[in-house]
Design a protein around this ligand. Sequence first.
Ligand SMILES: [Zn+2]
Length: 178
Amino acid sequence: MKRAMVIADAINGFLKFGNLASPRMERILPCTGEHLRQEIRAGSRIIFLYDNHGPNDPEFKMFAPHCIAGTDETRVVDELQEYTRDAVLIPKTRYDGFYETTLEEELAAFGPDEVIMAGVCTDICVLHTAEGLINRRYRVIVPRYCVETYDAPGHDGDEVNRFALAHIRDVLGAEIVG
Ligand SMILES: [Zn+2]
């Protein structure tokens, strides 16, 4: 059984500092670290996706500017740095980790039977990348405590997590564990 683990946006700009950083997203760190240790031991392919925008990215019409290429916001958080050593790091500009990236080629070259999907935000990059995985016929597993989203006016983190996880499970057909 070959597995890959894809971690979306476990980077400073979402967990630590900058316009979109939210402290509740740090909740993913213990679970994500534990899964990374397990998967590295098992010989799984580890792939970190990270937001990496140009200065005038169209996404900034919806969200305040964040994760501009070359800034520390685009860097994987210190707590997970040790797991990047033998990992593949893939920059992205959209919610779907497959959009104009090398994710498809990386996965196809390794040929996993299952893909573990982790990271932030549950309702944005995790959801849209999970859809991309399912569309490519990968079996997808989402550990509940390895994904999180933010709190903001009109965006209650707990409620949004419930919706997004139910959608990922019941509509996309991924398995939620933990
Ligand atoms: Zn972004």
